[in-house]
Design a protein around this ligand. Structure first.
Ligand SMILES: Cc1ncc(COP(=O)(O)O)c(C=O)c1O
Length: 364
């Protein structure tokens, strides 16, 4: 069996896969209401929030679009805190819907600086909302969301967070950190196939929604809230994915959020140590290195495409390459969801064999 170690989709536990073989049910009936209410309640525990939490049928990007169109109007000024592919995407969505995006860019591989966020907000009081990517999957960096959030709230701005590859794996206490809108995706640490995004919506986000004039229909949170009161989603949900999520949430709560976070921290550390022990360098600033994905820099002679092919064909280990300007410059190891230190040992062992075959020469 392939060892899928990309930063999502992630492998699913057997119980989760089994749940998806269940026969279809009436999505407007009592059985589904019970499942949806249970899932919502469990998600609130794992989001550490009392805010509303909704399921939307989409990949992560749909959730980001929902966050934008529910809170903003065309011409609203938004600050985009960015240092990678996914933060740029979040900003592009806002731009496409007519927002005026003020970019605050940091070098890829580095974390966002909360003081710089404060300066940008100070410089332009008209900024209404701040877009932040908690865990930048393209570079393997986890931003210091607690510090960023405290600055954003000092200026009383709306905080929209892409937590697609962090929530449920890396600590993100949504209420304690005053995050107004938080988006995550089923295919990441939740150990469920792609198809659902889960979003939390604060009172402040609801107030923003009341005045937000960007066009929306499918993504309208008011519809989601109305239907959830009846134990339903506005549109037909992907039932097998909801069944799967229901089981994975049970597994997650059984393990306990602090234990899940601690396991990801251990696995993240083991990955970084393993990579360095092979003579490779980490792409991300190690002080902010992600516990869900490790980006590894290329070095002279190393052919990353060849490396990924050898790993896949000869070791059944599937890793990811770099995206956009990082294509050919880094490779990424995903370690979120169903993952242990032993899984990472297998990756490091395979790398040890494959690296010299792909042209890598360790500097002694
Ligand atoms: C941080 C982050 N944001 C957004 C996305 C986009 O999600 P999707 O590909 O599910 O639309 C991803 C997916 O990898 C991600 O990691």
């Amino acid at each position: 069996m392939e060892k899928l170690r990309i930063p999502g989709p992630t492998p699913c536990p057997p119980e989760v896969l089994q749940a998806m073989t269940k026969q279809m049910i009436n999505h407007r009936g009592e059985e589904f209401a019970e499942i949806l209410n249970g899932v919502t309640d469990k998600l609130k525990q794992l989001f550490q929030t009392k805010n509303d939490v909704f399921l939307l049928t989409a990949s992560g990007t749909g959730g980001l679009e929902a966050a934008i169109v529910n809170t903003l109007s065309p011409d609203d000024k938004v600050l985009s805190v960015s240092s990678g592919v996914f933060a740029e995407r979040f900003a592009t969505i806002a731009e496409q819907y007519g927002a005026e995006v003020i970019p605050l860019r940091f070098e890829w591989g580095k974390a966002a600086d909360a003081d710089a966020v404060g300066k940008a907000l100070q410089a332009d009081p008209e900024i209404k909302a701040v877009l932040v990517t908690h865990n930048e999957t393209s570079t393997g960096v986890t931003n210091d969301l607690a510090s960023i959030s405290s600055v954003v709230k000092e200026f009383d701005k709306l905080l929209l967070v892409d937590a697609i590859s962090s929530l449920g794996s890396i600590n993100l206490p949504v209420d304690e950190w005053h995050c107004d809108l938080v988006v995550t995706g089923s295919q990441k640490g939740w150990m469920v196939p792609p198809g659902l995004v889960m979003v939390s919506v604060s009172q402040e986000a609801w107030r923003a929604r009341a005045n937000a004039r960007m066009p929306r229909f499918y993504w309208d949170f008011a519809q989601a809230r109305n239907y959830l009161e009846r134990g339903q989603t506005p549109w037909t949900p992907p039932l097998p994915i909801v069944f799967a999520l229901s089981v994975s949430l049970e597994l997650m709560l059984k393990e306990g959020l602090p234990n899940i976070v601690a396991r990801h921290a251990r696995v993240g550390r083991a990955t970084r140590e393993g990579v360095k022990s092979l003579g490779l360098s980490l792409f991300a600033d190690e002080n902010y290195a992600s516990n869900t994905v490790t980006a590894v820099s290329s070095s002279d002679g190393l052919d990353i495409k060849k490396l990924l092919r050898i790993l896949r064909e000869e070791h059944q280990v599937v890793l990811s390459g770099g995206q956009q300007k990082l294509d050919g410059k880094i490779f990424r190891i995903g370690h979120l969801g169903l993952v242990t230190e032993e899984d990472i040992e297998a990756v490091i062992s395979a790398l040890k064999v494959a690296l010299p075959q792909a042209g890598f020469v360790a500097i002694k």
